[in-house]
Design a protein around this ligand. Sequence first.
Ligand SMILES: *Cc1c(COP(=O)(O)O)cnc(C)c1O
Length: 415
Amino acid sequence: MAYSDKVRGQYEDTLQGIKDAGIFKTERFIHSSQAADIEVEFPTGSELKKVINMCANNYLGLSSHPEVIKAAHEGLDTRGYGMSSVRFICGTQDIHRELEKVVTEFLGTEDTILFPSCMDANAGVFEAILNEEDVMISDRLVHASIIDGIRLCSAMHDTFKHSNMQHLESKLQLHADKRQKVVITDGVFSMDGDTAKLDEMAALCEKYDAMLFVDESHSSGFIGKTGRGTHEKYGIMGKVDIITTTFGKGLGGASGGCVSGRKELVEMCRQKARPYLFSNTIAPVVVSGVLKVFDLISTNTERRDKLETNTAYWRKGLDELGFVLKEGDTPIVPVMLFNAKLSQDFSRDLYDEGIYAIGFFFPVVPNGQARIRTQISAGHEIHHLDKALAAFKKVGEKHGILGLSKQEIIAKYGL
Ligand SMILES: *Cc1c(COP(=O)(O)O)cnc(C)c1O
């Protein structure tokens, strides 16, 4: 025991610094299951409030789907609660391999390996397939888990400006002498909701003999005509060498992730990826639920179609009210407020109106780009969206920003 007052004081000071900077995170307790309608205790200790959730990654509305829950129950009954092992010792059931085959088929790849999470997939994959002779060239806005995976890998790292294909090409030319080159991007970027220019990236990778890596966490299940992902949207299925994705968002929202792609690369992960070798297998109950999710979304496109319709309705509604939106066509719809304090006030006022949507500001998004990030779900009905639009209108009027341009909002509230 050596936790002296001096040591404690240092941590207290650090935490106070985080509070003083206005970036201290607090959790809000949800007392219901994840869905369009949730019951929230906020602030802690207050009475439960029924609100509409506008900020979950529950894109397909499957987080509490009765058939998924039923399948999970069956998995629990037939395969037990936990495996108490990593995959390669005694943590692989037939259903783990079955899920890998189902994901491979769905994504149109050669093989798949499950990881405890997509964070783990991204943390393990680069180190498993690259060495000092290689280079990783990543978009500057890739997800934090990719950045961690890059840090753990001995290959050289370089970046290109967000979605800037000229810059990417110049980097591919610069690193032409490397053994392997991997171009790394998110399929859909979670903060802005924009999509990577995957067709152009695939063409550049072909030209310069580089591999293409895409994290599809905010795409799998709903982007593209049949929901296969960004590669389907851009007509390049089969051309992405490495896809990582999560089962913790649109695909049921429980947990788990994978690396899917060229079979040799997947095999390298099975031999060498440390989160695969040294972290517990995905629980059978979750595997059973995810199998049902793929069953539901592979047989018809009803849910991703409804998500698309909802998203168009929501974007149009906000646009007509006069909000400044980030352009795009994904279910991530950022309402731009620019000023950090305004984003917090706006979020609190929405909550009072029964709408749960969190305000983001620096350092989660760049300075001066504070926003409310809304996320649409196939679990939303039009009455949810109408109620949310009415609340946005009321709160927008209160703060006097409806119909204002970016410059006018900044002039009024500052950055
Ligand atoms: C959420 C997310 C992850 C992490 O997924 P988990 O399975 O929750 O670890 C990885 N990459 C991207 C792009 C994400 O949005």
